[in-house]
Design a protein around this ligand. Structure first.
Ligand code: ATP
Length: 363
């Protein structure tokens, strides 16, 4: 069992005033693939480096497999790591690079050969074992780094932006490979990225960080679908979640949303918040574009039309605000068109305008 338990980790770098990680607690389950994601400088790498003993926390504890390892050196923590700079040895052939950790551990030769062959097969490197790194593409070098990390069969695998040196196509290809490989191994993995698409596609769960704190942890689709605050909604997704200020009025028994001088039905559970200003959060793909008016539709004007291949992204103006709307590629609407927007109230999320936190309501 190799669950990782982080408790109240605080780290402030010398000469800086703000905390790089600010009281972070997080549980990574045995065999789980957990992604730490967030904008540059939010503390992802610092957190990973504290798990690896590459940074010492000011306070807090790190547990791996039920052991408090906070004061143990990296080699006694049972970890393996892959970093952005592949750090493979240029003077060693691929075979020796992959074998490096095993050779250091004085693993018997036959065992080294067997495990290197297995890892090479998994990463499609069998034909390259006798080459030097300089004779490989960036993607192949990255594969060597991953092979070297998995071959030692550590209980915990830590990866910091391992795909960032690859071009977009290779990155996507290797992301799929990585998911397959780590899934096969079942190793507890913590993976750092600033790329929200990578996080959504790779993680069993994702932890979104902001300013050294965890803003939300959960399965990718849950976090995408119900962001705990506007920061998370705005960070995850391309395009980011739309936000639209509104006021909750009462229309007879039911609550209604007043947006400028227009009105929409609100979920009945929001009745307790009648009179409040709220921010509606809605994803581009949850808005439907209609060519005629009707009940519960918002009048809008199309400003920009962007075909993306699989869909068409519209930028529309509603009550002085700009929203992104995703429509099927078959929809033919030109810029300047007048349209009406409809959305299932169940797909809307609501946030407090003062601090951006989600308003939870009873269904
Ligand atoms: P990125 O995606 O840009 O790598 P990150 O989320 O991994 O960012 P960290 O590298 O953990 O963020 O940095 C968190 C904060 O700590 C940042 O404000 C950064 O400037 C600061 N920091 C990181 N390393 C050091 C250091 N060695 N000395 C001083 N400050 C540091």
């Amino acid at each position: 069992m190799a669950e990782i338990v982080l408790r109240n980790l605080v780290k402030t770098y010398p000469g800086t005033r703000s905390r790089a990680t600010d009281d972070v607690s997080l549980d990574v389950r045995d065999g789980e693939f957990l992604v730490l994601v967030g904008p540059s400088g939010c503390g992802k790498t610092t957190l990973l480096r504290m798990i690896a003993d590459l940074e010492t926390p000011d306070s807090g504890t790190v547990w791996i497999g039920g052991r408090d390892v906070t004061d143990l050196p990296a080699r006694e923590r049972g970890l393996s790591m892959v970093f952005q700079s592949y750090a493979i040895f240029p003077h060693l052939r691929v075979r020796q690079n992959i074998a490096f950790g095993l050779t250091m551990r004085k693993t018997p030769k036959a065992e080294v050969e067997r495990r290197v062959a297995e890892a090479a097969e998994l990463l499609h490197l069998t034909d390259y074992l006798d080459r030097y790194p300089a004779q490989l593409s960036g993607g192949q070098r990255q594969r060597v780094a991953v092979a070297r990390a998995i071959v030692v069969d550590a209980a915990v695998l830590l990866m910091d932006e391992p795909l960032s040196n690859l071009d977009a196509l290779l990155r996507q290809e290797f992301r799929t490979e990585l998911k397959r490989i780590v899934g096969t191994l079942g190793t507890t993995t913590v993976y750092v990225t600033h790329d929200q698409a990578e996080a959504l596609s790779l993680g069993d769960r994702i932890a979104v960080l902001r300013d050294g704190r965890i803003a939300q942890v959960g399965p990718p689709l849950e976090v995408y679908d119900s962001p705990a605050d506007q920061f998370v909604g705005g960070f995850l997704g391309a395009p980011p979640m739309n936000f639209l200020p509104a006021r909750l009025d009462r229309a007879g028994d039911a609550p209604a949303l007043r947006i400028g001088d227009q009105r929409l039905s609100a979920p009945a559970g929001l009745a307790d918040h009648a009179g409040d200003e709220v921010t509606i959060g809605i994803r581009a793909e949850n808005i439907e574009v209609c060519e005629t008016d009707g009940p519960d539709r918002l009048a809008a004007r199309v400003e920009v039309v962007e075909p993306t291949g699989a869909a068409v992204l519209l930028t529309v103006e509603v009550a002085g605000r700009t929203l992104k709307v995703q429509t099927p590629p078959t929809v033919r609407i030109g810029p300047g068109s007048r349209v009406w927007l409809a959305a299932d109230p169940g797909r809307m999320r609501f946030y407090r305008p003062d601090d951006g936190t989600a308003i939870r309501w009873s269904v």
